[in-house]
Design a binder for this molecule. Structure first.
Ligand SMILES: Cc1ncc(COP(=O)(O)O)c(C=O)c1O
Length: 370
């Protein structure tokens, strides 16, 4: 006999990462496999971040700075907020988890999430546990903020908005957010998850969470070093919130939640604006190339403001996913996200995107001749 695990935990589905390259190579006997499934930066990290990480590794026998003073100051200065308005996490995943802990205390509490949207919001709700209210995206696959408002009540605690949204790549405007905030119940907070912020800079009327936090709105902003900055493996996320929320976060968090190598690399990455610029430009070109590859086989790619493209294949996506895998290209099938006819493909290097385009072309041709 042992202590019973909480039943809500046993009802949760473990996070499913994209299949690892080595596993696909082993299982399918392939030499060359590319993975376009995890929305990483194909150009890699900034060389300055690599050097900073190497230097920090020399002192890895010491505990990190628990307050991450230098990184917090760098983030605050870079974004023009106070240091006490910045929180740091082991990836923004940890911040999502922590916000669930900070705000959700009763099974009656409700969170509102888009369907589909980033699955870790749902996990924060199931962990609590609380009610998870899923609101479908509209027919353009955009988060439907006006429909979400219809679900507001005195039980609403957190409203999770990924902007741009994962897995759809769509974004929403200040006007849509302002309409929502005007209706927000007094006991609720909006979480603006801006993991793909840097890629959305050309989106007109983009609502930057920094502006909302600075003007005292009931908004928390989340960002990450995993995407445009290329530090996914080191796990550094950050958030903007009122000093009262940041204070509560510090009481509840693990003392050493961002390791010393990650702190050093993130400071260097933030300072390397040239690498960021290269990454964002490369991304725009590859989003265009991926969209063209889908159009060339008669699929319907949706406009993306992030670093991946979601496309309606017009037929079940799982067999296409498997066929692409056999050609050494790992993408994501939309099936687990409730989009069984969709594929999601992350931006890669020029060569990786070319390999994907060629493989997709072949797969669709082979299926037509069966
Ligand atoms: C919308 C969104 N938020 C957060 C994350 C988590 O990022 P991190 O690597 O910072 O934990 C992801 C990762 O894919 C994401 O798509």
């Amino acid at each position: 006999m042992s202590a019973p695990i909480r039943p809500n935990i046993l009802g949760m589905t473990p996070y499913s990462p994209g299949r690892p390259i080595e596993q696909v190579q082993r299982e399918l006997g392939l030499d060359h496999v590319v993975k376009l499934a995890s929305n990483e930066n194909p150009l890699g990290p900034s060389p300055l971040a690599i050097r900073a990480a190497q230097a920090a590794a020399e002192t890895m026998h010491l505990y990190p700075d628990a307050a991450a003073y230098e990184l917090r100051r760098a983030v605050a200065t870079h974004h023009g907020v106070e240091e006490n308005q910045v929180m740091l996490g082991n990836g923004s995943d940890e911040l999502i988890h922590m916000l669930g802990l900070l705000y959700l205390s009763s099974p009656e509490d409700e969170i509102i999430v888009g369907k589909p949207s980033f699955v870790r919001y749902n996990a924060a709700g199931y962990l609590a546990p609380c009610r998870v209210v899923e609101v479908p995206v509209n027919d353009q696959l955009e988060l439907d903020l006006d429909q979400m408002v219809r679900h507001f009540s005195d039980k609403t605690r957190l409203v999770w908005l990924a902007n741009p949204n994962n897995p759809t790549g769509t974004a929403f405007s200040c006007a849509a957010l302002d309409r929502m905030l005007a209706e927000l119940p007094s006991g609720a907070t909006v979480v603006l998850d801006e993991a793909y912020f840097e890629f959305a800079r050309d989106y007109p009327d983009y609502p930057n969470s920094v502006d909302y936090v600075k003007t005292g709105k009931s908004v928390i902003g989340l960002r990450t070093f995993s995407k445009a900055h290329g530090l996914a493996g080191l796990r550094v996320g950050y958030g903007f919130a009122s000093s009262a929320v940041v204070d509560a976060f510090h009481r509840a968090r693990e003392p050493f939640n961002v390791n010393s190598v990650a702190q050093a690399a993130a400071i260097a990455a933030l300072a390397d604006s040239a690498h960021l610029e290269r990454s964002v430009r490369h991304n725009s070109a590859m989003i265009e190339a991926l969209s063209q590859a889908f159009l060339a086989v008669g699929a319907r790619p949706y406009p993306s403001h992030a670093n991946f493209v979601l496309a309606d294949m017009g037929e079940p996506a799982d067999p296409l996913f498997e066929a692409l895998l056999r050609k050494g290209v790992i993408v994501r099938s939309g099936t687990p996200l409730g989009l069984p006819k969709f594929l999601r493909v992350s931006v890669g290097t020029q060569a990786e995107v070319a390999q994907f385009s060629e493989a997709l072309n072949q797969v669709v041709k082979e299926r037509a001749t069966v």
